[in-house]
Design a protein. Structure first.
Length: 640
């Protein structure tokens, strides 16, 4: 580990609070608070995540050289105050609710941080980045690019909701922004709430629901709600929204426009909701495409880095890739607020401490430092599609496969299992892989707990549930018996990096499950005529039905030997046994709960679902062999 400086980044108080530690420019650790507190999307001060980061590095607070918060609270408070006063007395219900926390821990964040980190040296600086600066830093600095355009899109930071920037070497500059209340993230969130999903956490459900509908409301959105310009800039018609004046995102005028009141979480999903979801997804894709084109025209650079909560819209990301606006795209796997903690720490290292970037090839570093003003500015003509380079080997970035969380050895795992009275079998590595393949081939659902936990919202093969993608029954079995979630929710494939183009129309790496691409035509099956909406779930759409969405797409994670040696070895064994280089991968959790973190979390989740087997470290567990009291205990799924 580098000798220093040691920089702790923190994000908190909105949703998905997190901490990240950067030492000498290298990412040492990063994790969301929810994984430790077991409160999904925990927004509180990330005490446990900070403790983990320091423990991982062998540090105590006195050894920190800086603590960096991911936005500027005073600026954000000023924006909120100005916004509420602008609509006074309309915001009278909201304003009293947000004031107490702001007048306490949020506005006095320096005091809060010192109180939460006893032992911090008096001379240790507490710094603040701008919210979108943190997003941009999280996107560019860990990327494999020496220089790149940067696009950040989310709900809102201080004032900015969308920014276009440029990164070169260790330099980062934001060039343009769209300001609150005009926000693509808030627009998408409004539709999330309208369709009955939880705002700021259910947006991925809206994206998953969209392919079941038709975009019959898209023109209504374009004409009534959103004034979208050719360069991707936009204005919201605030007459249809309530987020400035009340506790909901939408108002009665919005509800009339889309044919009825918002869906309640426990009500059935109707075709109207599917059509609304499809419509806002289509419009969001249009906006992101225009923003990406404008970023290319503004910077003249061939590479793009993406972050912000809207960058988790992997359908739109896949479309940007297929349109070939840029030669290469890199998306921060923790693109939302959690990743702001990492971006804050990296921004401080490069911009405050003047540190160099690590991990770039020397020639790329030199290229990144050179001034390319003629390429980066005043390029107003429409650019042709970027040539698509030939498929290449996996590109190294600085994210370490996003495996930045806690890791547990066999001794600790075994102690946990014995504490539960668990029945288990211990196998050497070769036998463990062979047994796992055997179970998967028999149609079993397998919990897979290995190595360091992922940072970000996706399970990427360390805290995963695996299954056979060839099984027509696997999607519904996993959704209803294991995950306790809506039947329409799709599952993602993991695929050998070297085999991705054999199964999907994708010619680049997708290590973080942030690109959606079509399944190859030769693997598709015709859907019977007349099926509509959720009836499409009955149709077997491809030779890999468990991971093929109703529009023949899939959210892909490529697996290579360098990032994921054990998972890659499992996939190779699976391919040798079955001829298939793909597995189902979903997050190791149930609806309403965070992804598991510890062996204890994994065992409790395992025995309280109908998951068949658990492969944890070197141990294999059969659920039906577990103590009867454990198997019979059930936990009610929490609202999500």
């Amino acid at each position: 580990m580098p000798g220093g400086p040691h920089i702790l980044g923190i994000s908190a108080y909105y949703h998905d609070s997190a901490a990240a530690l950067v030492t000498g420019g290298e990412i040492v650790a990063a994790a969301q608070e929810e994984r430790f507190s077991r409160r999904k999307h925990d927004e509180g001060f990330p005490t446990h995540a900070i403790q983990f980061c320091l423990r991982q590095a062998g540090l105590d607070p006195a050894q920190l050289d800086a603590v960096v918060f991911y936005d500027k609270p005073i600026t954000k408070f000023a924006r909120m105050l100005e916004s509420y006063l602008a609509v006074a007395p309309g915001g009278w219900r909201v304003f009293p609710r947000i004031m107490p926390s702001w007048l306490g821990e949020k506005l006095n964040l320096r005091g809060t941080i010192r109180e939460e980190l006893p032992g911090l040296r008096p001379d240790c600086p507490i710094l603040f980045t701008e919210h979108h600066q943190a997003h941009a830093a999280s996107a560019f600095y860990p990327s494999p690019f020496a220089e790149a355009a940067i696009l950040t899109i989310d709900g809102v930071g201080e004032w900015a909701t969308t920014t276009i920037g440029v990164g070169r070497g260790s330099e980062l500059k934001l060039l343009q922004e769209i300001r609150f209340p005009h926000s693509l993230g808030l627009l998408y969130t409004a539709f999330t709430g309208y369709c009955g999903f939880k705002v700021n956490s259910g947006e991925y459900k809206l994206m998953g629901l969209a392919p079941y509908g038709e975009p019959r409301f898209a023109d209504r959105i374009r004409t009534e709600l959103l004034d979208l310009k050719p360069d991707g800039s936009f204005w919201l018609n605030l007459d249809y929204f309530h987020f400035l004046r009340g506790l909901t995102m939408t108002n009665e005028r919005f509800h009339r426009l889309f044919g009825g009141p918002p869906r309640k979480p426990d009500e059935p999903v109707e075709q109207r909701h599917m059509d609304v979801a499809r419509s806002i997804q289509v419009v969001t894709e249009e906006a992101m495409l225009r923003l990406a084109r404008h970023a290319r025209e503004t910077t003249g650079l061939p590479n793009l880095c993406l972050a912000g909560g809207v960058a988790l819209n992997c359908v739109a990301n896949g479309l940007i890739h297929r349109e070939r606006i840029f030669e290469r795209i890199w998306i921060q796997p923790a693109a939302g607020d959690a990743g702001g903690s990492l971006g804050a720490a990296l921004a401080a290292w490069h911009l405050q401490f003047k540190g160099e970037r690590t991990g770039l090839k020397e020639k790329e570093q030199e290229s990144g430092v050179r001034s390319q003003k003629s390429e980066a500015t005043n390029n107003s003509e429409a650019l042709p599609r970027a040539p698509r380079p030939a498929p290449r080997a996996a590109e190294a970035d600085a994210m370490q496969a996003a495996l930045l969380g806690p890791e547990f050895g066999d001794a600790e795992i075994e102690a946990t299992l014995r504490g539960h009275g668990a029945v288990f079998e211990r196998l050497e590595s070769d036998g463990l892989l062979a047994r796992t393949v055997q179970l998967l081939a028999a149609g079993k659902v397998v919990g897979w707990f290995q190595g360091r936990m992922e940072f970000g919202p996706r399970a990427l093969g360390s805290r995963s549930i695996l299954g056979d993608p060839r099984s027509p029954a696997m999607q519904s079995a996993m959704n209803l018996k294991v995950k306790f979630r809506e039947s329409f929710r799709p599952f993602a494939p993991i695929v050998l990096r070297e085999r991705v183009s054999d199964y999907f129309e994708l010619d680049v790496d997708s290590p973080y499950m942030l690109l959606v691409a079509p399944v190859k035509p030769e693997l598709r099956k015709a859907v019977p005529a007349g099926l509509r909406g959720l009836e499409l779930l009955k149709a077997e759409r491809s030779a890999l039905p468990a991971i093929t969405h109703v529009d023949y797409s899939a959210r892909i994670q490529t697996v290579d030997r360098e990032r994921h040696p054990l998972l890659h070895a499992l996939l190779r064994r699976w391919e040798q046994a079955t001829g298939c280089g793909v597995l189902v991968n979903t997050s190791f959790n149930v609806r309403g709960e965070p992804i598991v973190c510890t062996p204890d979390d994994a065992y409790r989740c395992f025995v309280n679902t109908e998951m068949d087997y658990l492969v944890i470290g070197s141990f294999v567990l059969d659920r039906l062999a577990q103590p009867r009291r454990a198997v019979e205990r059930r936990v009610a799924p929490q609202p999500d």
